[in-house]
Design a protein around this ligand. Structure first.
Ligand SMILES: [Zn+2]
Length: 71
C-alpha cells in the first residue's frame, strides 16, 4: 500500500481575499461580509444607532421660524 500524499501545488488560497472584521479583527465571513459574524454586524449597527458615528447636526433652529411662540 503505497499511499502518497496528494500534491496539489502546495498552497491553498482562499477564493477571495478576506478582510479583517472591523469590529474584532477576525477574518470576515462571506455571509456577514465585511464582518466576521452577525454579532459584529449588529454591534457595528448599534454603534451607529448609539451615535458614536453621529454626524454633527447643523443648527437649524434659527432657520425654523414660527416655533418661538410665547404666551
Ligand atoms: Zn468580528
Amino acid at each position: 500500500m503505497a499511499s502518497e500524499p496528494i500534491k496539489t501545488g502546495g498552497k491553498v488560497e482562499p477564493l477571495r481575499k478576506t478582510r479583517p472584521c472591523p469590529e474584532c479583527g477576525k477574518p470576515s465571513a462571506r455571509e456577514h461580509y465585511p464582518f466576521c459574524s452577525d454579532r459584529c454586524r449588529t454591534l457595528d449597527l448599534s454603534r451607529w444607532l448609539n451615535g458614536s458615528y453621529a454626524i454633527p447636526v447643523a443648527e437649524d433652529e434659527t432657520k425654523a421660524g414660527g416655533g418661538d411662540e410665547r404666551e
